[in-house]
Design a protein around this ligand. Structure first.
Ligand code: URA
Length: 209
């Protein structure tokens, strides 16, 4: 008997969630925004939750912030199809409000299942919601962006790498520069592993919570 491929397993999970009513976000959504990209990706991005355009098109990061994410990826020689992109919550919070703790608790098992299937080497969290969920730290984004941390998530050993949410860079050029610098580090992390970012005191490693 042949085992299902990661792509088959992701497709089955996506199908099983297409009429999810696991939390109140189901009421106002157009559709579940499951995730997009390569099921065998070394690099996975995790954002917060779908916005207006994502809810309409059924794909994460297709609005203005998504355009910037695509540009940042291009800047390090990657296309969207080389990576996997998902969110902490898979349905749009009304008026783009923050997801609540209950919504995150209800939806995050699906994200962990995606991680279990894809087994990415590096998980880049976009902004504070994904970072708080996956990095196990109370430190601010300002303190930990661009630093790597070894984590075991859904039984998968991965390097967690938080960066600012691309939306934070849309109106502040300074944030865009920080994001570009962090994406350069991401490239190094993918090519050479955590050692490439240095170690020890004051290094590019997130301190434990
Ligand atoms: N912001 C997010 O966090 N995720 C998206 O998919 C789009 C915008």
């Amino acid at each position: 008997m042949t085992e299902d491929s990661a792509a088959d397993r992701l497709a089955a999970l996506s199908k099983s969630l297409s009429d999810c009513s696991g939390c109140g976000l189901a009421r106002a959504r157009t559709q579940v925004v499951f995730g997009v990209g390569s099921a065998d990706a070394d690099l996975m991005f995790v954002g917060e939750g779908p916005g207006f355009h994502e809810d309409r098109q059924g794909e994460p990061f297709v609005g203005k912030a998504g355009k910037l994410l695509t540009e940042l990826l291009g800047g390090i020689g990657l296309a969207r199809s080389d990576v996997y992109i998902a969110n902490v919550v898979k349905c749009r919070p009304p008026e783009n409000r923050d997801p609540t703790a209950d919504e995150i608790e209800a939806c995050s098992p699906h994200l962990f299942e995606q991680i279990r299937i894809i087994r990415p080497r590096v998980i880049c969290t976009l902004g504070r919601f994904a970072t708080k969920l996956l990095a196990d730290t109370e430190l601010s984004m300002t303190a930990i962006h661009g630093k790597a941390k070894e984590r075991i998530l859904a039984d998968v050993p991965a390097l967690l790498f938080p960066v600012f949410h691309p939306a934070a860079a849309l109106y502040a050029t300074a944030n865009r520069q920080v994001l570009e610098e962090d994406f350069s580090k991401l490239r190094l992390l993918l090519e050479k592993g955590a050692e490439a970012l240095g170690g020890g005191e004051g290094s590019d490693e997130i301190p434990s919570a």
